[in-house]
Design a binder for this molecule. Structure first.
Ligand SMILES: Nc1ncnc2c1ncn2[C@@H]1O[C@H](COP(=O)(O)OP(=O)(O)OP(=O)(O)O)[C@@H](O)[C@H]1O
Ligand SMILES: Cc1cn([C@H]2C[C@H](O)[C@@H](COP(=O)(O)O)O2)c(=O)[nH]c1=O
Length: 211
Protein backbone atom coordinates (compact mmCIF):
# COMPACT_ATOMS: atom_id res chain seq x y z
CA UNK A 1 0.00 0.00 0.00
CA UNK A 2 1.13 3.54 -0.78
CA UNK A 3 2.41 5.51 2.23
CA UNK A 4 0.09 8.34 3.31
CA UNK A 5 1.11 11.98 3.20
CA UNK A 6 2.25 13.83 6.30
CA UNK A 7 1.28 17.49 6.76
CA UNK A 8 2.31 19.65 9.71
CA UNK A 9 0.79 22.96 10.71
CA UNK A 10 3.05 25.40 12.53
CA UNK A 11 3.08 28.93 13.88
CA UNK A 12 3.30 31.05 17.00
CA UNK A 13 0.59 31.55 19.60
CA UNK A 14 -2.87 32.57 18.37
CA UNK A 15 -2.00 32.68 14.66
CA UNK A 16 -5.06 30.58 13.80
CA UNK A 17 -3.82 26.99 13.82
CA UNK A 18 -6.93 25.49 15.43
CA UNK A 19 -9.26 27.46 13.15
CA UNK A 20 -7.39 26.42 10.01
CA UNK A 21 -6.84 22.85 11.12
CA UNK A 22 -10.61 22.37 10.86
CA UNK A 23 -10.62 24.03 7.45
CA UNK A 24 -7.81 21.77 6.14
CA UNK A 25 -9.53 18.73 7.57
CA UNK A 26 -12.73 19.60 5.68
CA UNK A 27 -10.86 20.30 2.45
CA UNK A 28 -8.99 16.99 2.53
CA UNK A 29 -11.99 14.94 3.58
CA UNK A 30 -13.98 16.48 0.70
CA UNK A 31 -11.29 15.01 -1.57
CA UNK A 32 -12.05 11.56 -0.12
CA UNK A 33 -8.76 11.40 1.78
CA UNK A 34 -8.63 9.11 4.81
CA UNK A 35 -7.21 11.57 7.33
CA UNK A 36 -5.88 11.31 10.86
CA UNK A 37 -5.75 14.63 12.73
CA UNK A 38 -3.43 14.81 15.69
CA UNK A 39 -1.26 17.23 17.65
CA UNK A 40 1.99 17.79 19.50
CA UNK A 41 2.83 17.69 22.24
CA UNK A 42 0.22 14.97 22.61
CA UNK A 43 -1.55 12.52 20.33
CA UNK A 44 -1.42 9.43 22.60
CA UNK A 45 -2.74 9.08 26.18
CA UNK A 46 0.79 9.20 27.63
CA UNK A 47 1.92 12.04 25.36
CA UNK A 48 -1.19 14.02 26.38
CA UNK A 49 -0.11 13.64 30.03
CA UNK A 50 3.31 15.00 29.06
CA UNK A 51 1.54 17.89 27.28
CA UNK A 52 -0.16 18.74 30.56
CA UNK A 53 3.20 18.77 32.36
CA UNK A 54 4.56 21.14 29.71
CA UNK A 55 1.63 23.58 29.71
CA UNK A 56 0.66 23.75 33.38
CA UNK A 57 2.08 26.19 35.91
CA UNK A 58 3.83 24.43 38.80
CA UNK A 59 5.65 25.61 41.87
CA UNK A 60 8.74 23.65 40.80
CA UNK A 61 10.22 25.38 37.76
CA UNK A 62 10.61 23.17 34.69
CA UNK A 63 14.18 23.54 33.44
CA UNK A 64 14.72 24.25 29.74
CA UNK A 65 16.53 20.92 29.36
CA UNK A 66 13.68 19.01 31.04
CA UNK A 67 11.23 20.81 28.74
CA UNK A 68 13.21 19.74 25.66
CA UNK A 69 13.41 16.12 26.80
CA UNK A 70 9.70 16.01 27.65
CA UNK A 71 8.84 17.34 24.17
CA UNK A 72 10.89 14.53 22.60
CA UNK A 73 9.54 11.88 25.01
CA UNK A 74 6.00 12.79 23.93
CA UNK A 75 7.09 12.81 20.28
CA UNK A 76 8.68 9.34 20.53
CA UNK A 77 5.37 7.92 21.81
CA UNK A 78 3.39 9.79 19.16
CA UNK A 79 5.56 8.69 16.23
CA UNK A 80 5.71 5.01 17.20
CA UNK A 81 2.11 4.54 18.29
CA UNK A 82 0.19 6.91 16.01
CA UNK A 83 2.00 8.64 13.14
CA UNK A 84 4.01 5.78 11.61
CA UNK A 85 1.22 3.17 11.84
CA UNK A 86 -1.21 5.59 10.15
CA UNK A 87 1.20 6.53 7.33
CA UNK A 88 2.08 2.87 6.80
CA UNK A 89 -1.64 2.04 6.39
CA UNK A 90 -1.95 4.72 3.70
CA UNK A 91 -3.73 7.25 5.92
CA UNK A 92 -2.80 10.91 5.66
CA UNK A 93 -1.68 12.59 8.88
CA UNK A 94 -2.39 16.24 9.69
CA UNK A 95 -0.41 17.25 12.77
CA UNK A 96 -0.87 20.46 14.75
CA UNK A 97 2.84 21.22 15.37
CA UNK A 98 5.78 18.82 14.90
CA UNK A 99 9.59 18.99 14.88
CA UNK A 100 9.82 22.59 13.61
CA UNK A 101 8.06 23.75 16.80
CA UNK A 102 11.02 22.42 18.79
CA UNK A 103 13.53 24.36 16.70
CA UNK A 104 11.31 27.44 17.11
CA UNK A 105 10.36 27.24 20.82
CA UNK A 106 13.26 25.37 22.44
CA UNK A 107 15.89 26.46 19.87
CA UNK A 108 14.69 30.03 19.22
CA UNK A 109 12.60 30.85 22.29
CA UNK A 110 14.73 29.10 24.94
CA UNK A 111 17.96 29.48 22.95
CA UNK A 112 18.98 25.84 23.47
CA UNK A 113 21.79 24.36 21.39
CA UNK A 114 20.68 23.48 17.82
CA UNK A 115 23.08 20.53 17.72
CA UNK A 116 21.45 18.95 20.76
CA UNK A 117 18.03 19.35 19.12
CA UNK A 118 19.39 17.91 15.86
CA UNK A 119 20.84 14.91 17.73
CA UNK A 120 17.47 14.25 19.41
CA UNK A 121 15.73 14.70 16.06
CA UNK A 122 17.97 12.08 14.39
CA UNK A 123 17.48 9.67 17.26
CA UNK A 124 13.71 10.00 17.70
CA UNK A 125 12.48 10.83 14.18
CA UNK A 126 14.87 8.52 12.33
CA UNK A 127 14.34 10.41 9.05
CA UNK A 128 10.61 11.08 9.39
CA UNK A 129 9.93 14.48 7.79
CA UNK A 130 6.58 16.09 6.90
CA UNK A 131 5.80 16.16 3.17
CA UNK A 132 4.36 19.64 3.62
CA UNK A 133 4.64 22.17 6.44
CA UNK A 134 2.25 25.11 6.52
CA UNK A 135 3.70 27.94 8.58
CA UNK A 136 1.06 30.44 9.70
CA UNK A 137 3.10 33.59 10.12
CA UNK A 138 1.86 36.82 11.70
CA UNK A 139 3.34 39.61 13.81
CA UNK A 140 3.72 38.36 17.37
CA UNK A 141 1.41 41.07 18.76
CA UNK A 142 -1.43 39.99 16.43
CA UNK A 143 -1.20 36.36 17.56
CA UNK A 144 -0.96 37.18 21.27
CA UNK A 145 -3.96 39.51 21.08
CA UNK A 146 -5.98 36.75 19.41
CA UNK A 147 -4.81 34.18 22.00
CA UNK A 148 -5.67 36.47 24.93
CA UNK A 149 -9.31 36.70 23.83
CA UNK A 150 -9.55 32.94 24.53
CA UNK A 151 -9.02 33.27 28.30
CA UNK A 152 -6.48 31.68 30.66
CA UNK A 153 -2.90 31.61 29.40
CA UNK A 154 -0.70 28.48 29.63
CA UNK A 155 2.98 28.32 30.69
CA UNK A 156 4.27 29.25 27.22
CA UNK A 157 1.70 31.98 26.56
CA UNK A 158 2.95 33.82 29.67
CA UNK A 159 6.43 34.28 28.19
CA UNK A 160 7.71 37.77 27.37
CA UNK A 161 7.38 39.37 23.94
CA UNK A 162 11.08 38.83 23.11
CA UNK A 163 10.60 35.05 23.53
CA UNK A 164 7.86 35.03 20.86
CA UNK A 165 9.91 37.28 18.56
CA UNK A 166 12.70 34.68 18.72
CA UNK A 167 10.16 31.89 18.09
CA UNK A 168 8.89 33.69 15.00
CA UNK A 169 12.39 34.35 13.64
CA UNK A 170 13.40 30.71 14.25
CA UNK A 171 10.32 29.49 12.34
CA UNK A 172 11.13 31.80 9.42
CA UNK A 173 14.72 30.55 9.43
CA UNK A 174 13.51 26.92 9.34
CA UNK A 175 11.21 27.81 6.44
CA UNK A 176 14.15 29.31 4.52
CA UNK A 177 16.38 26.31 5.29
CA UNK A 178 13.68 23.78 4.25
CA UNK A 179 11.97 25.73 1.49
CA UNK A 180 11.12 22.52 -0.42
CA UNK A 181 8.51 21.46 2.17
CA UNK A 182 7.54 24.77 3.83
CA UNK A 183 4.78 27.11 2.62
CA UNK A 184 4.49 30.40 4.50
CA UNK A 185 0.90 31.57 4.97
CA UNK A 186 0.36 35.26 5.72
CA UNK A 187 -1.85 34.68 8.76
CA UNK A 188 -2.46 38.35 9.62
CA UNK A 189 -4.83 38.62 6.63
CA UNK A 190 -8.59 38.02 6.83
CA UNK A 191 -9.71 34.42 7.33
CA UNK A 192 -10.94 33.97 3.71
CA UNK A 193 -7.59 35.26 2.43
CA UNK A 194 -5.68 32.95 4.76
CA UNK A 195 -7.76 30.01 3.63
CA UNK A 196 -7.21 30.82 -0.02
CA UNK A 197 -3.43 30.70 0.58
CA UNK A 198 -3.88 27.32 2.30
CA UNK A 199 -5.90 25.98 -0.67
CA UNK A 200 -3.09 26.94 -3.03
CA UNK A 201 -0.43 25.40 -0.77
CA UNK A 202 -2.33 22.10 -0.51
CA UNK A 203 -2.73 21.89 -4.27
CA UNK A 204 0.92 20.76 -4.49
CA UNK A 205 -0.11 17.52 -2.73
CA UNK A 206 -3.39 17.16 -4.62
CA UNK A 207 -2.58 17.09 -8.33
CA UNK A 208 -6.20 16.67 -9.37
CA UNK A 209 -7.49 19.28 -6.96
CA UNK A 210 -9.64 22.01 -8.50
CA UNK A 211 -11.08 25.01 -6.62
N1 LIG B 1 -7.30 35.32 9.96
C1 LIG B 1 -7.89 35.64 11.11
N2 LIG B 1 -8.36 36.88 11.31
C2 LIG B 1 -8.93 37.25 12.48
N3 LIG B 1 -9.12 36.43 13.54
C3 LIG B 1 -8.68 35.16 13.40
C4 LIG B 1 -8.05 34.70 12.20
N4 LIG B 1 -7.70 33.40 12.36
C5 LIG B 1 -8.10 33.07 13.61
N5 LIG B 1 -8.69 34.11 14.23
C6 LIG B 1 -9.22 34.14 15.62
O1 LIG B 1 -8.09 34.22 16.49
C7 LIG B 1 -8.32 33.46 17.68
C8 LIG B 1 -7.19 32.42 17.83
O2 LIG B 1 -7.32 31.47 16.77
P1 LIG B 1 -6.92 29.93 16.99
O3 LIG B 1 -7.45 29.43 18.29
O4 LIG B 1 -7.30 29.22 15.75
O5 LIG B 1 -5.33 30.10 17.10
P2 LIG B 1 -4.23 29.02 17.46
O6 LIG B 1 -3.06 29.32 16.58
O7 LIG B 1 -4.78 27.64 17.43
O8 LIG B 1 -3.86 29.40 18.93
P3 LIG B 1 -2.88 28.58 19.93
O9 LIG B 1 -1.75 28.02 19.14
O10 LIG B 1 -2.44 29.63 20.88
O11 LIG B 1 -3.75 27.53 20.56
C9 LIG B 1 -9.71 32.84 17.53
O12 LIG B 1 -10.62 33.67 18.21
C10 LIG B 1 -9.97 32.88 16.01
O13 LIG B 1 -11.33 32.98 15.71
C1 LIG C 1 5.38 20.66 19.59
C2 LIG C 1 5.95 21.69 20.52
C3 LIG C 1 5.13 22.57 21.18
N1 LIG C 1 5.66 23.50 22.00
C4 LIG C 1 4.75 24.45 22.68
C5 LIG C 1 4.18 25.49 21.77
C6 LIG C 1 2.85 25.84 22.39
O1 LIG C 1 3.03 26.91 23.27
C7 LIG C 1 2.48 24.59 23.16
C8 LIG C 1 1.38 23.80 22.52
O2 LIG C 1 0.19 24.48 22.55
P1 LIG C 1 -0.68 24.88 21.24
O3 LIG C 1 -2.08 24.56 21.66
O4 LIG C 1 -0.23 24.09 20.08
O5 LIG C 1 -0.43 26.33 21.03
O6 LIG C 1 3.65 23.77 23.22
C9 LIG C 1 7.01 23.55 22.21
O7 LIG C 1 7.48 24.39 22.99
N2 LIG C 1 7.82 22.69 21.55
C10 LIG C 1 7.35 21.75 20.71
O8 LIG C 1 8.14 20.98 20.09
Amino acid sequence: MKRGRFISLEGGEGVGKSTNLLFIRELLEQQGIDLLVTREPGGTPLAEKIRQLLLEHTEETLTDQAELLLVFAARAQHIQHVILPALQCGQWVLCDRFIDATYAYQGGGRQLDQHTIAWLENTVLNGLVPDLTLLLDAPVETGLQRAQVRGELDRFELEELAFFQRVRQAYLLRAAQHAERFRIIQACRSLPEVQQQIRVALASLLPKYSE
